[in-house]
Design a binder for this molecule. Structure first.
Ligand code: ARG
Ligand code: ZN
Length: 852
């Protein structure tokens, strides 16, 4: 069944309060729910409570057994009055819950995940985000197995029961939608801290983990404190309860969840020390901790009216966490990383069969819409509004939004309206970004005469499934014109608003006849830029542009210009311009190491493929290898000299130290591309002498793609060292799945049979299969073996966990972009999945849309 945004209707019944009494054990949960319901307006419609796999044991209305019917999974109760107390009891087995939605068991713990529609797997309830209630929750469990009992809000009482059991009662005073409900029972220890809010309230902070993991929680706790401070300083948002709990669990479908006062995290976004986690892992932890914390305002206090508005909370919150990370690291580098992710994942999504607007119009299964478009493109929309309004008015807008809608369930439109009202700016055309899918292409060209310059802009929005002939969008382009001689800004940075299909902007008094265009600085709009700047202009931009992001862009473009003609068979590889530009960048003392590490990254095969109408993965791979080889050879001396610098202390997590390690690992990669034997020697030495995981993983990443004895030895050592640490073992699977080797296909097939591999743990599954499917050259093995393996895994995983299985499908959906033989094999794999027995609606939606 397809659900349409246009069919939204307010709920017929409100639920003002939810009281839960939960009797918990590993294989049996008995949930008694008491709902205070109230009619919304006048009507004679029954109360409909959603369920998923539940059977009611008792149903009472105002204390008396009541008539009810089941319609599919939903419970229907006819009610005569305006307000009633509805009580239901259900029982189920959490240990049998392999979907990891609702209440489930993970490593001896019991925990919950309710967003989007998991609450209905715990009890009967409307389970829609526009029904907000206060909650009280009483949990009963065995005191030995589950000494810690947690739920949302504050603990108000606790006690000892019979037969070694105990209980705790929690109350959450803030009305919330059911998707923010959470509870956890288990044998947990806390790393505790405190935060004093701006108004002087003391908040208790706890990171709950298994006792042995306590030493790995310091970074997460610090990140939480930093986030609380940042949201006060940047958005004026204060935390509202006296307690903030985070729990880490090993089996989790995504990154983390912002349940009110009780965030539940995938343990990979909590646990870290420098031995077992890379600098990137540390940064990702801080980013996710911040993200979930920020949801307390952008998501919880102000929530979504319906799931089509998901980007209201996710786009805004991703934007907030991106800015938090920009403020705590190198600003330009974080921007580069975010744009790389957008291009690697969101752009392909936006140009493929699963393309959808930031605010989708319809869905079969909402879980399939937790996408890069809703999250990351959504964040770009917020960023564009900030660019258009300026920081001050943007803050006025966010203040107004929070004040106006506190305690409400609202829409993306309400957010834009608040921005408009606070700033007085008209965002009518800007709203198209929410409704039109597809990545706009902008063509930019400058004509200069020696007395002035004219910037010509054109935009084009591609057709996407269900959307044709789109209207021009409002596109903010940060730009400047630079002197070819000095690099000075002849036209100072400004934001040009492109609103027409074609538009010109005139600049007077430009004395130079050939100024260089620097445009879409900081990636001010999520577009594909086409410019006719020549290689010399790009090389100049890479050297002198005052905007670090624009320098990076110019380098990327130079790489693509070396690669694409070779892939098209038009010429042989000429790496000289890339070599010269990399050389200049590496020598530039004004640039920091973190930036240099980004700047010398050759675009990934996926990114190169995006630029091709038809992708031949063998050719893309060969060209990229050739470019790497030339660059590595051409810069040997400089690379080795910089690689040989003294390293920062192993546990130094300063921005400078992280940057140096990132650069060092990139240098090692390029050295190995130029001279594999030398690369293997250096990488093995780095591996053996590694003082932290960044050095170790950096070395192993290079080694796994090389031949020779070093490779096997290091992989074996890594396995033996870390085989008991799940999160590190995930890296071992992932690294091998990413190896650029002609035997990686064999290796992945073997790893899928490895005793440590399991489809039950989402992290392990993704470590092998997501990495494998994004390893372009290997996944697109001409035999189709890659497609076969993925299809088999989707079918198997779907029986356990449809959400996770559905997320494996999109790589196959790219078939239209590949050469005929591969396209056919990819379609065949999709068809095989489609024909599997008992397919979930999650996978069905992805597969049927992918086939088109
Ligand atoms: N709200 C969570 C977050 O972004 C993620 C929930 C994902 N839910 C889902 N059904 N995929 O922080
Ligand atoms: Zn989120």
């Amino acid at each position: 069944v397809t659900i349409y945004a246009k069919d939204y209707e307010p709920p017929k019944w409100w639920v003002r309060h939810v009281d839960l009494d939960c009797d918990l054990s590993a294989d049996k949960a008995r949930i008694r729910a008491t709902l205070n319901v109230e009619k919304n307006g006048s009507h004679d419609r029954p109360l409909v409570l959603a369920g998923d796999g539940l059977k009611p044991l008792t149903v009472q209305v105002d204390g008396a057994d009541a008539q009810w019917t089941l319609e599919g999974d939903n419970l229907l109760i006819e009610l005569s009055g305006e307000a009633h107390e509805i009580a239901t009891t259900v029982e189920f087995d959490p240990s049998a819950n392999s979907q990891l939605m609702g209440l489930y068991a993970s490593g001896g713990l019991l925990c919950t995940q309710c967003e989007s529609e998991g609450f209905r797997r715990i009890t009967f309830h409307p389970d829609r985000p526009d029904v907000l209630s206060t909650y009280s929750v009483t949990m009963h469990a065995d005191a030995k197995a589950y000494p810690i009992l947690l739920a949302n809000g504050n603990k108000v009482s606790e006690g000892i029961g019979e037969d070694g059991r105990h209980w705790a009662r929690w109350e959450d005073p803030f009305p919330k939608p059911s998707y923010l409900f959470a509870m956890v029972a288990g044998d947990l220890s806390a790393n505790s801290g405190a935060f004093t809010t701006m108004s002087g309230r003391e908040v208790e902070l706890n990171i709950w983990v298994r006792e042995k993991d306590l030493p790995l929680t310091h970074h997460a706790l610090q990140a939480l404190k930093d986030s609380m401070k940042w949201d006060e300083e940047v958005y004026g948002r204060e935390y509202d309860l006296d307690l903030f709990n985070i729990v880490a669990v090993d089996d989790f479908n995504f990154g983390a969840m912002e349940n009110k006062g009780l965030n539940i995290f995938n343990s990979r976004y909590v646990l870290a020390d420098s031995e077992t986690a890379t600098d990137q892992d540390f940064d990702a932890i801080a980013g996710v901790v911040a993200h979930e914390y920020f949801h307390n305002w952008s998501g919880n206090r102000v929530t979504c009216r319906d799931w089509f508005q998901l980007s209201l909370k996710e786009g805004f919150t991703v934007f907030r966490d991106q800015c938090f990370s920009q403020d705590h690291n190198s600003e330009a580098v974080k921007r580069i990383e975010d744009v790389r992710l957008l291009r690697a994942i969101q752009f392909p999504e936006d140009s493929g069969p699963l393309a959808h607007p930031v605010r989708p119009d319809s869905y079969i299964e909402i879980s399939n819409f937790y996408t890069a478009t809703v999250y990351n493109k959504g964040a770009e929309l917020i960023r564009m509004m900030r660019t258009i309004l300026g920081e001050k008015d943007f803050r006025k807008g966010s203040d107004l939004y929070f004040e106006r809608h506190d305690g409400q369930a609202v829409t993306c439109e309400d957010f834009v309206k608040a921005m408009e009202d606070a700033s007085g700016k008209d965002l009518a055309q800007f709203r198209l970004w929410y409704s039109q899918a597809g990545t706009p292409t902008v063509r930019a060209h400058v004509d200069a005469s020696g007395s002035g310059a004219v910037l010509k802009l054109q935009q084009d929005i591609p057709d996407t499934p269900g959307q044709k002939d789109k209207q021009p969008m409002a596109i903010p382009l940060k730009m400047a014109l630079l002197s070819r001689q000095s690099g000075a800004e002849l036209v100072e940075e400004r934001t040009v608003m492109l609103g027409e299909a074609e538009q010109t902007v005139t600049f007077e008094d430009i004395a130079e006849a050939d100024p260089i265009l620097s445009i879409n600085r900081d990636f001010s709009a999520p577009i594909i830029l086409e410019s006719d700047r020549d290689d010399e202009e790009l090389a100049a931009l890479a050297r002198v542009d005052g905007n670090a992001f624009a320098r990076y862009e110019a380098l990327q473009e130079l790489n693509l210009r070396a690669l694409l003609p070779v892939i098209r068979g038009e010429t042989v590889m000429d790496a000289s311009k890339v070599i010269a530009a990399f050389d200049a960048t590496l020598s530039d003392e004004r640039l920091d190491d973190a930036f240099k590490a980004e700047a010398i990254m050759i675009p990934s095969e996926a990114m190169i493929g995006e630029k091709l109408a038809t992708i031949d993965p063998d050719k893309v791979h060969a060209a990229r290898q050739a470019l790497g080889h030339e660059v590595g050879k051409g810069l040997t001396e400089k690379l080795e000299q910089m690689y040989g610098r003294e390293r920062p202390a192993g546990d130094d997590l300063s921005v400078a130290a992280k940057g140096q390690r990132a650069l060092s690992n990139q240098l090692l990669g390029l050295i190995a591309s130029g001279d594999p034997a030398k690369g293997a020697r250096l990488a093995k030495a780095q591996y053996d002498g590694a003082r932290n995981m960044t050095e170790r993983q950096g070395a192993l990443t290079v080694l796994v793609s090389l031949d020779g004895a070093e490779r096997g030895a290091a992989l074996e050592d890594f396995y033996n060292r870390f085989k008991d640490q799940g999160l590190v073992l995930d890296k071992w699977f992932g690294l091998q799945a990413r190896a650029e080797r002609d035997d990686t296909m064999d290796a992945v097939e073997k790893l899928a049979e490895h005793p440590d591999f399991t489809l039950k743990n989402p992290n392990r599954l993704r470590a092998l299969l997501v990495n494998f499917a994004s390893n372009q050259w290997v996944f697109h093995h001409a035999s189709g073996r890659g497609y076969d393996l993925l299809a088999r895994m989707v079918i198997e995983a779907d029986k356990l966990n449809p959400q996770v299985a559905a997320r494996l499908v999109p790589p196959l959906g790219r078939w239209r972009r590949y050469t005929d033989a591969r396209a056919k094999l990819m379609r065949a794999a999709l068809q095989r999945i489609e024909q599997a027995d008992g397919l979930s609606k999650d996978v069905f939606e992805q597969v049927s849309k992918s086939l088109g």
